[in-house]
Design a protein around this ligand. Structure first.
Ligand SMILES: Cc1cc2nc3c(=O)[nH]c(=O)nc-3n(C[C@H](O)[C@H](O)[C@H](O)COP(=O)(O)OP(=O)(O)OC[C@H]3O[C@@H](n4cnc5c(N)ncnc54)[C@H](O)[C@@H]3O)c2cc1C
Length: 416
């Protein structure tokens, strides 16, 4: 029996074992997933919890039920990998040996990495929405907030779903408007990037959407610490941004065991070949999803497109054949913009987000880089797709690679 161990049964790990269980003969391959949590969290749904759109029960399911038959689940915290001995050690003392390892432990918000963040203001005036606890606590805080300065801040890049803080900001603006308190609430968007987003064309578009909504943009702001007494963010270049309510996206990092095992970079992401996802250091280790260092967005859509390519490559690799699949960094992200509308962006390692239609040229139904109701409905429908199509690894008629059909280079896109 050959042993495949998959570390992390989140978005990427679940999709990968769903696909591989069908392809790898059960008489030859034992597949085991290790995860520390018995519950699978649908993270895109966290965005809607602070505004009462979803409740916590809408975004969780038991992890075991989402894994296919013939895949074992071990619940426990991974403490270390010993690549020389080909063994994974858990915090409770268990040891699991492997022939092939797939690291899919994602990335986690780390408020402990910014001095002052976890002080007395944490979850009283400082909230995050990247965790279920944080998003739930923020719902109560937003309900009580009817005047003052809301600051939405990204501590450093890369973060998972880099559009999520912008979406939160647009939704908050609409939320305060609906509550009739918008004129009493000042909103500031603070980012370490030179503009609203990482990609220049989308950044210009999203920047002007902030402008139209009278949301101030504070760019190139690298947060050094939080001054709890002054209730202010302090940057390395000594700028100070006061807040009444801070919604932060803390520094995101790969799992600590990756660093401890000598498998990661300075943020605990696993260096891999960006086209095959094979570790640069070990011929029997792959990293998929947010856990790797590939230069594209950390997003569920990326994990989905990449796993499509990875599954074929893995089967070739273990059969001693050359890997013929080449992942292109394809990402597509819905961006909620408030008032029942949203945008969609589609890009890869080499191509910026462009205007046009997706997935069918001319017909869509989704419009790229434009605010449309259809895009908002697409985002909401995605939850059903996630549980019932993507996680079970069912085929969908969307190519893993970015297609240029129906797209045109965008200048400033008209989004009205
Ligand atoms: C607020 C928010 C909104 C988002 N919106 C979107 C969106 O609209 N579209 C989109 O495409 N993406 C979105 N994302 C991003 C998307 O959810 C992630 O990119 C995706 O889940 C990554 O999958 P993954 O498998 O790499 O990691 P995860 O799904 O996070 O899974 C990692 C797993 O590893 C486990 N794990 C970690 N460390 C250990 C350890 N030491 N021991 C044992 N187990 C461990 C965890 O318990 C977890 O189950 C959003 C994310 C957030 C937070």
């Amino acid at each position: 029996m050959r042993r495949l161990l998959v570390l992390g049964g989140g978005t990427a790990g679940t999709m990968a074992v769903s696909k591989l269980r069908r392809r790898l003969d059960r008489r030859d391959w034992q597949i085991t997933v290790i995860d520390q949590d018995s519950v699978h969290l649908y993270q895109p749904g966290l965005l809607f919890i602070p505004f009462g759109g979803y409740q916590p029960a809408d975004v969780v399911k038991p992890r075991r039920k989402l894994l296919p038959e013939g895949v074992d689940l071990v619940l426990g915290e991974i403490d270390r990998v010993d690549p020389a001995a080909r063994v994974v050690l858990l915090a409770d003392g268990q040891q699991l040996a492997y022939d092939y390892l797939v690291i899919a432990t994602g990335t986690t918000p780390r408020p402990d990495q910014t001095p002052g963040m976890l002080g007395p203001l944490w979850r009283t005036s400082i909230f995050d929405f990247y965790t279920l606890d944080g998003a739930t606590a923020l719902a109560s805080a937003l309900q009580a907030f009817d005047r003052g300065r809301l600051v939405v801040q990204i501590t450093d890049m890369p973060i998972k779903c880099p559009v999520a803080p912008l979406e939160f900001t647009f939704l908050a603006e609409a939320y305060f408007r609906r509550a009739g308190v918008r004129d009493r609430v000042e909103i500031v968007y603070v980012t370490p990037l030179p503009g609203a987003f990482t990609k220049p064309i989308a950044s210009a578009e999203l920047g002007s959407m902030l402008d139209e909504r009278k949301i101030a943009l504070e760019s190139d702001f690298l947060t050094e610490r939080i001054d709890g007494d002054a209730k202010a963010l302090i940057s390395y270049d000594e700028r100070e941004i006061p807040f009444d309510l801070l919604v932060t996206v803390p520094l995101n990092m790969g799992a600590d065991f990756i660093g401890r095992s000598g498998l990661g970079d300075e943020l605990n992401y696993v260096p891999v070949d960006r086209h095959t996802l094979l570790s640069k250091a070990h011929d029997n280790i792959f990293a998929i999803g947010d856990a790797s260092n590939i230069p594209t967005s950390k997003a569920g859509s990326v994990a989905h497109f990449a796993v499509d390519v990875f599954a074929g490559n893995f089967c070739q690799h273990v059969a001693g054949e050359p890997m013929t699949g080449s992942f292109d960094g394809h990402a597509n992200c819905f961006i909620e913009s408030g008032d029942g509308k949203g945008m969609l962006i589609d890009f890869n390692y080499d191509t910026e987000p462009l205007t046009g239609r997706y997935p069918v040229p001319v017909l869509g139904p989704f419009a790229l880089l434009k605010e449309r109701q259809a895009n908002h409905w697409g985002k909401l429908a995605f939850r059903w797709m996630y549980w019932h199509v993507l996680l079970p690894g069912r085929p969908i008629p969307l190519p893993a690679h970015m297609s240029m059909a129906g797209k045109h280079p965008a200048g400033r896109a008209a989004h009205r």
